[in-house]
Design a protein around this ligand. Structure first.
Ligand SMILES: Nc1ncnc2c1ncn2[C@@H]1O[C@H](COP(=O)(O)OP(=O)(O)OP(=O)(O)O)[C@@H](O)[C@H]1O
Length: 674
């Protein structure tokens, strides 16, 4: 409530953050907007660049700019050599014609300002006028061609950077996605970083275009009279300063509002998404959510109004300085004319050249600023891609050397051995697995049981080749999983995961995911691929599909027209069918029945008990009645195997298993208390 009142009273009163206080004393260097009062947003790493930008002066920018331009050029070159070449060469040629046209203007003016009757003077000026017209037309054509090539470059650059990022994120070690720093860098790279790539290319080309225009105008002025060159700089500087400062203010404001925008986005998601709608109503969340949204929106509005005010001051100051500079330039030109230092025709051309050069210089300064800013974000993107690529397991790379000398992973196995496996999640203080050893023989059903957090899912993920153990090995007939490409392991393991994806695709694709055959037939059952039908029947998903409007072709996502929604248990039946469909020798079932009704659960465990068509099954479940038929049971406690054996042995041991089993059995007894 306190924070809310503060915001309502005036967004910038009382800055709670240290950086905001310091910046306030220094008078918000670089046009940075006031810092946020909301501690959860001020500390966010999204602001990492704010300070850097605020502190960066023009000289630092000029020093670092070449490397940004080289990166942009490299990116454009990789995206399309032809379009990059065309863009650069046409821009250079356009500059040549600009200078040519300006110089030809002197001829026109000389003819017009000479003595004699007017029709004669006009006639004399015609050849030079034709040259000017030709140069202007050619320059316009060249600029249009350059613009077209530049527009073609943009989507190609976007495609390149998107692909590079997603190639890395889908290949990195799964542990990277448990690392909060990595996730943070990923968000920055995927959002602002990726967006900056086409912009950095575009601004680098703008820098080139501005520089070429400048050189053309400056060259012309230099030819006309060397003193005219500084006059050009004098007129362009105030406007250049104003546009850079104003852009930087806007930029810093946007950056400071990123946290607010994210919060607003999360809140709007809560208020419009169907999946939250029921809880928003039943927990009477409406006024809370609207109030929170309004709080952030009010803050944003305040910051933006403040920006508009500060930008106007800068723009007016720039315009005033520009007026003074232009007056000084015309006074200087007048003086030179009066003294006879330049003829009238040359002074006329100089005015035109100064105007052209002024526009180019303003564009150039602006483009340099933009290029530098975008370059910072592009740097984030590049750094993330490099970091992500270094976290792709080396053995996953196509050219991984040394692997070919090792033994390949067998298609099937006689036994899988887990030897003294230890594992700690990144950033975790305690290990999740401590020296686990167990063995699975072909065709067995082996169960892992234990209380919440004992390490069952973690072990299953290591056996599925998703995590590499910190110590110890998982071996398939003596071949360590860490020595073969991970795809080879994933290909031979089917996982029915505890948390599975509701793939926003058809029912068929939800079953065949990753193994789907392109020729998979459409239809509602009769023409369906037998393996799909068998997997669906085994999981009870056939009943789910029978109730869908378009059978296996039904899209399972309500966000699309005609899309259907399933219940939790129906989704789980599809997830189980997906596991059964995948013809892999090892089937890992991690809590496969949590959402199933009693009949479906019984049916599924019956299937697993009969060894799921001869496969080896690793079963994780808290339903101990279903575990009693397993060939062997391993009990995990705090990441260690503390008991092992079949049901009878473990009951006789009277340890944790017997206790948990007894508790569940008692719940079904006629008189639980007895
Ligand atoms: N991504 C993760 N990052 C950090 N720690 C994790 C992560 N996933 C699990 N853990 C921790 O590892 C330990 C083992 O978790 P795991 O999911 O393997 O347990 P489990 O036996 O499968 O539990 P449950 O019966 O609740 O499914 C827990 O202490 C958990 O907090």
């Amino acid at each position: 409530m306190g924070a809310r009142r503060r915001l309502k009273e005036g967004p910038y009163q009382g800055d709670g953050s240290e950086s905001g206080g310091r910046r306030g004393k220094r008078g918000r260097k670089g046009g940075a907007p006031p810092a946020l009062e909301l501690p959860e947003l001020t500390t966010h790493r999204w602001h990492a660049r704010t300070g850097e930008l605020a502190e960066t002066g023009m000289s630092t920018m000029a020093r670092r700019l070449p490397s940004v331009i080289v990166q942009a050029a490299g990116l454009a070159w990789r995206a399309s050599r032809a379009d990059t070449t065309v863009t650069i060469s046409l821009n250079l040629l356009a500059g040549v014609f600009t200078a040519f046209g300006l110089l030809a203007t002197t001829g026109v003016l000389t003819a017009l300002f000479s003595g004699g009757p007017t029709p004669e003077r006009v006639r004399d000026a015609l050849p030079a006028l034709a040259v000017v017209a030709g140069a202007v037309a050619l320059r316009a054509g060249l600029q249009a061609g350059a613009g077209w090539a530049q527009a073609r470059l943009e989507p190609q650059v976007e495609r390149l950077v998107e692909l590079r990022l997603y190639e890395a994120t889908t290949a990195v070690h799964l542990t990277a996605l448990d690392d909060s720093d990595f996730l943070d860098e990923l968000k920055r790279a995927q959002g602002r970083g990726m967006m900056s790539a086409p912009r950095v290319v575009q601004h680098a080309i703008d820098v080139l275009t501005g520089a070429v225009g400048m050189v053309a105008a400056a060259g012309t002025l230099g030819v006309l009279h060397p003193l005219l060159l500084p006059l050009l700089l004098l007129t362009a500087l105030p406007e250049g300063w104003a546009s850079v400062r104003s852009a930087r203010m806007r930029y810093l404001t946007e950056l400071t509002l990123v946290g607010v925008a994210r919060r607003k986005w999360i809140l709007s998601d809560l208020m419009i998404e169907r999946r939250h709608a029921a809880e928003v109503r039943s927990f009477t969340m409406r006024s809370f959510l609207l109030g929170e949204y309004d709080r952030f929106a009010a803050y944003q509005r305040g910051v933006e109004l403040d920006l508009a005010r500060r930008q106007t001051i800068v723009r007016v100051t720039g315009d005033m300085l520009k007026g003074v500079a232009i007056a000084a330039v015309y006074a200087a030109l007048g003086l030179m004319l009066w003294r006879g230092a330049v003829p009238l025709a040359v002074a006329g051309t100089a005015v035109l050249a100064i105007r052209a050069g002024q526009t180019s210089l303003v564009n150039l300064v602006f483009a340099v600023n933009q290029c530098y800013e975008e370059g910072l974000y592009f740097g984030d993107y590049l750094a993330f891609c490099a970091a992500a690529e270094s976290r792709v397991p080396r053995r996953a790379l196509p050219a991984a050397s040394g692997l070919e000398e090792r033994r390949p992973l067998p298609d099937d196995f006689a036994r899988v051995q887990v030897q003294d496996v230890t594992f700690t999640y990144p950033g975790a203080e305690t290990p999740s697995l401590r020296g686990i050893s167990l063995e699975l023989r072909k065709g067995e059903v082996v169960a892992l049981v234990g209380e919440n957090g004992s390490g069952k899912t973690t072990l299953a993920r290591i056996m599925a080749g998703l995590y590499d153990p910190d110590g110890g090995e998982v071996l398939w007939d003596g071949v360590p999983l860490t020595g073969v490409p991970p795809e080879d392991v994933w290909d031979r393991v089917a996982v029915i995961a505890q948390e599975y994806t509701h793939w926003p695709m058809t029912a068929r694709q939800n079953i065949t995911m990753g193994r789907g055959r392109p020729e998979a037939k459409a239809g509602t059952g009769a023409g369906e691929e037998p393996a799909v039908l068998a997997a669906a029947r085994a999981a009870g998903a056939d009943e789910v599909v029978a109730g869908l409007a378009h059978g296996y072709d039904t899209l399972l996502d309500r966000r699309f027209q005609g899309g259907a929604e399933l219940s939790g248990g129906q989704w789980q039946r599809l997830a189980v069918a997906r596991g059964f469909y995948r013809d892999a020798p090892l089937l890992i079932c991690d809590e496969p029945t949590a959402a199933l009704d009693a009949r479906a659960e019984h049916h599924l465990f019956e299937r697993i008990r009969t060894h799921a068509d001869g496969r080896t099954v690793l079963l994780i479940t808290h339903r101990l009645a279903s575990v009693r038929y397993a060939d062997r049971i391993f009990v995990l406690e705090h990441g260690r195997v503390t008991e092992q054996g079949d049901h009878g042995t473990l009951m006789a041991q009277d340890g944790l298993y017997a206790e948990l089993y007894g508790l569940q059995a008692a719940a079904y007894a006629d008189d639980p208390v007895a």
